[in-house]
Design a protein around this ligand. Structure first.
Ligand code: 13P
Ligand code: SF4
Length: 308
């Protein structure tokens, strides 16, 4: 067995040797997030690989889940995109297939399809526009104002669809997908936290049920959670989301007292320093997307990016 320090040193050397960058989602463990990542962020920052485009690396190693690596590949077709563990999926992405989207479109002719980035490229390819939790309201407002639509198909997260369409004031048809991490939080969890920790500020992810979001003080993507904390500087904070978010935020905000209710994402947690090292050493597992699917999926992502 090797130590974390050995793995971290080996990863740093491999990054130079292969001209590779490590992108890590906010739900990666601190030794990945603070230890070896070059670029960190929410799905918008990572899956859309904005910074990855700028760094012009030959190799992008995505420490996150499969759909994020696929999206990085769509936007950086020249780069070799690697994941440390091919089994790192997502309950939302797995809840829906391209055939399901075609069936929804046939049942609701004329409605545009707004698809959360937490989906396969094949599902994105059947969609009109993508969104993330960070820009979903903006995307819904855009299609209302610029496309003149009054209702849309918004997939695959029924909770995100309910939370965001209520803010944007648009009717949506959705799909019964849920994040297996966020669906487990209840309003009682928040009531118990408030009772036990007077003055606590509660921040929830919009993949939580609407009644959980209603019980929180603020809801937003993981990057929006971070900005909220940096601006508001709450003395006591509870993040209703995946466990590593609190760990990573606590490291940069030692004065904030973190109450830590959390659920682990088993997919995000498949990534380890040892697997990242092996991935760069062996150049596995490479993510590719069929050309036909890639062209159509990229169109939906580019429409989202054009909104800014
Ligand atoms: P964001 O980081 O975009 O908020 O997404 C959360 C999530 O669950 C990603 O899988
Ligand atoms: Fe998917 Fe939820 Fe895990 Fe994110 S936290 S990868 S949405 S299961």
């Amino acid at each position: 067995t090797t130590s974390f320090a050995d793995d971290a040193a080996a990863i740093e050397a491999l990054k130079v040797e292969k001209n590779a960058v490590v992108l890590a989602h906010n739900y990666q463990t601190p030794e990945i997030f603070h230890g070896v990542a070059d670029i960190v962020g929410d799905s918008l920052a990572l899956a859309l690989a904005r910074e990855a485009r700028a760094v012009e690396a030959d190799v992008l190693l995505l420490a996150g889940v499969h759909f994020m690596a696929e999206t990085a590949k769509l936007l950086n077709p020249e780069a070799t995109v690697l994941v440390p563990d091919l089994e790192a999926g997502c309950s939302l992405a797995e809840s829906i297939t391209a055939a399901d989207v075609r069936a929804l479109k046939a049942a609701h002719p004329g409605l545009p399809v707004v698809t959360y980035v937490n989906t396969s490229a094949a599902v994105k390819a059947e969609s009109d526009i993508c969104c993330t939790s960070g820009n979903a309201v903006k995307v819904l407002q855009h299609i209302t104002q610029d496309w003149g639509v009054r209702s849309a198909i918004m997939i695959p997260d029924e909770y995100l669809a309910a939370n965001m369409s209520a803010i944007a004031g648009i009717e949506v048809v959705t799909h019964p997908g849920r994040c297996e991490v966020h669906e487990r939080f209840t309003p009682k969890d928040i009531a118990d936290i408030r009772e036990g920790h007077p003055g606590v500020v509660v921040v929830a992810h919009p993949e939580c049920a609407p009644e959980v979001v209603a019980a929180a003080d603020f809801a937003g993507s993981t990057a929006q959670m971070q900005s909220y904390v940096e601006q508001e500087r709450p003395a006591r904070l509870a993040l209703i989301t995946e466990c590593s978010m609190s760990d990573n935020l606590a490291a940069n905000n030692p004065e904030v007292q973190m109450i830590r209710p959390c659920n682990l994402c088993p997919h995000m947690k498949r990534n380890t320093l040892a697997k990242i090292r092996r991935s760069l050493e062996t150049m596995t597992h490479e993510i590719t997307v069929d050309a036909d699917v890639a062209d159509r999926a990229r169109r939906a992502i580019d429409r989202m990016l054009e909104i800014g």
